[in-house]
Design a protein around this ligand. Structure first.
Ligand code: SF4
Ligand code: SF4
Length: 92
């Protein structure tokens, strides 16, 4: 179960650099599986769509930061708690 960012986000950019999987993107920015994950070749996303790992996809949010569920591991294997939640100043 991936973590999500709510509309209360103030776009402060504190969380994005903390994510070990580069799963967090600025609103409006396109995302890819390969960025920050080391995934290569074809990859089947949670919604069943088969994609090329280096391919870019449309932003999941436009006005606030967003987390790509396919990339978020809740920081398992890297940290004891989700780093994005730990640094967010507005707990969104
Ligand atoms: S919980 Fe961890 S892996 Fe998931 S988006 Fe936040 S920082 Fe990234
Ligand atoms: S730390 Fe919180 S308020 Fe800042 S960009 Fe991330 S989700 Fe938004």
């Amino acid at each position: 179960m991936a973590i999500t960012i709510t509309d209360l986000c103030i776009n402060c950019d504190l969380c994005r650099p903390e994510c070990p999987n580069q799963a967090i993107y600025e609103g409006g920015a396109e995302w890819s599986m390969a960025e920050g994950t080391g995934v290569i070749g074809t990859y089947t996303l949670m919604d069943g769509v088969v994609t090329n790992a280096v391919g870019f996809h449309s932003a999941r949010a436009e006005s606030v930061y967003y987390i790509v569920p396919d990339k978020c591991t809740e920081c398992q294997g890297f940290h004891d708690e989700p780093q994005c939640a730990a640094v967010c100043p507005v707990d969104c």
